[in-house]
Design a protein around this ligand. Sequence first.
Ligand SMILES: O=C([O-])CC(=O)C(=O)O
Ligand code: NI
Length: 236
Amino acid sequence: MSDYLSELSTFSTCDVSDGLLNKYGDASGGFIPNLQKWSGPSDNTVAGKAYTVLFAQHDDPRPEINYIDTIPAGSFLVIALTIPLQLEDAPYVRVSQALYGGLMSRRAQFQGTKGTVVLGRIRDVEEQHSLEYPVYSYSLGTCASKMAVKPVAVQIPLQVLVREANVQTIHPDDYIIGDNNGIVRIPTSSVCMQDLMLYIRKSIEVDRLVAQDVAEGKPLKASQKERREVLKELLL
Ligand SMILES: O=C([O-])CC(=O)C(=O)O
Ligand code: NI
């Protein structure tokens, strides 16, 4: 099986969104909205495969699980709450406790995890920063989560409530890509990775040529129209 992680980490999240938007007609471009980046490298992209974790209310009948000690290397840890605990508008979650902290990042990093996305709050922001391990979340908190919520399942689809009551579903093993712009997800079940990668490579080359034209004083719109012609044949 071919693994696209190393090449994906040479792209920007915007390049990936361009591919999903233009090649697959995905209006969201795979962007997971409202996430803040708190830590991680400032000058490169990180990519991993979604290792999904669902948190539910503390009195949920399902027993609490330990997920942090069994993350496969190359994963991007993605943590979400059940839909009733989410909100459409800021702060996007009903839970004011932090689902994730610095010790968890240390353990994830030790296992070769590429980064962590928490669709909720995290804490220990200074410790996160010092680890240089990529962490994204909606916001921050100070209190641990044990009296409010608990992890109940791994590697199941996670539903994320976004504006206008839309729900995005993140599936286990979707590609997750992060940089300073935010987080993008490639829905692996509905995308041919080989075709998408080909499109993105070409589209980056086109943007490079347009930038060159602009540096030479050419008008932007005309340059884009001309340079993007070559992308049309990849849309078939
Ligand atoms: O105790 C917790 O819930 C999380 C935490 O602070 C850590 O991982 O450092
Ligand atoms: Ni802590």
